[in-house]
Design a protein around this ligand. Sequence first.
Ligand code: UDX
Length: 448
Amino acid sequence: MKVTAIGAGYVGLVTGACLAEMGNHVVCLDVDEDKIRILNSGDIPIHEPGLLEIVQRNVKAGRLQFTSDAAHAVQHGTLLFVGVGTPPGSDGSADLRHVVAAARSIGRVMTDYKVVVDKSTVPVGTADAVRAAIREELDARGLPDMPYAVVSNPEFLKEGAAVEDFMKPDRIIIGADDEQATLLMRALYAPFNRTQDRMQIMDVRSAEFTKYAANAMLATRISFMNELALLAEKVGADIELVRRGIGSDPRIGYQFLYAGAGYGGSCFPKDVKALVRTAADNGISLKVLSAVEAANERQKRVLVDKVVERFGEDLRGRRFAMWGLAFKPDTDDMREAPSLVIIDELTRRGATVAAYDPVALAEAARVLGPRDDVTLVKRAEVALQGADALLIVTEWKEFRTPDFDAIKAVLKAPVVLDGRNLYEPKLMKALGIDYRGIGRRCLSTVPA
Ligand code: UDX
């Protein structure tokens, strides 16, 4: 089939590449000429496991092209996936400027039947706005009878596992009110739906809502566990044992119950805010979700609280090693990353930070800009040199079994503050490391 992906970011690029892999002919469009230049040079602008290989293979096979020429891209596809950004506006609502601009660019050049597929996470009712924008452009061109359909097909891709998630989806949600569009979408996704039927066809509004509901539920689980972790520390319980204890109930399940330094990324913070906003616009106050967001803001500062507890408010002359900058492992994405809040809070109190991340250093340099109080280093051990404590912010695999003796030897004092609960408190105690996790018992015998 002929497919166009509008927006060559995470969503558009993964969608385009994975659809090309199944034999479709795909054109990816982006207004960012730099991005298109990188893609046309045989590279990809993001770090995503497995994606580069798929892109290169399909470009070579002639099934995948990149362009900034909107007219060419729109004319190419029968199915036009819109995967552009929907950043939060100042009031928390999703900013639909790019989605509507994409719709208009479709309406301005289309000459035959198109299925416009909303893949970006967009508030309930956006498909109507997309439909109206296309209609206006068609009317302006004197083509009021030109047929098209607008479909909602939310993505559930996790960064770092996006290719895997696309190729082996848990569910394929298709919101469509048009029979021909439903048939085309079924055919397009048939190769991803072979072992068991994972396709759920529903009305457009329910599909749009499903995406927000999924992310809101997941964010709720995390904030819930983070709050319980705060309490566990106070009452002397271990959140890791509690997690296992409750996860064994199949109604709860083990996944997504890890207490940590707070959730970040391009989805949870933005989608939770947007849903709260949509509710407010409809006269409903979502009390649980508002608390989820507030709890997460507090959680991003929990490691800083532990630093202050150990070293005092005045951190002038202190240096901290930070392992992990990306908002989670296997990505270089720094959006809403807890590391940024922690860096700000520590440096505001006068400390300096030496930070290491396996892949996000370049992105961190871009986001942080040049500054004297943060050094980005290329090796984990280098960050430790002369540091008062090690802070673990992202659970990259290479941090899971480090050389603890070396950590102890290089740090000024053996203090490890772990925002991702990577180590066993008992082992740390045996090694003589003053170790504090999130919601875990503090067994330290090392004097402060
Ligand atoms: C998420 C959804 O999982 C995905 O389905 C949706 O399409 C987009 O948003 P992503 O943002 O890539 O994906 O990351 P995810 O792996 O879900 O993690 C989100 C954040 O939650 C991370 O900051 C992570 O560290 C945190 N997290 C996750 C926890 O703190 N505890 C957990 O138990 C799980």
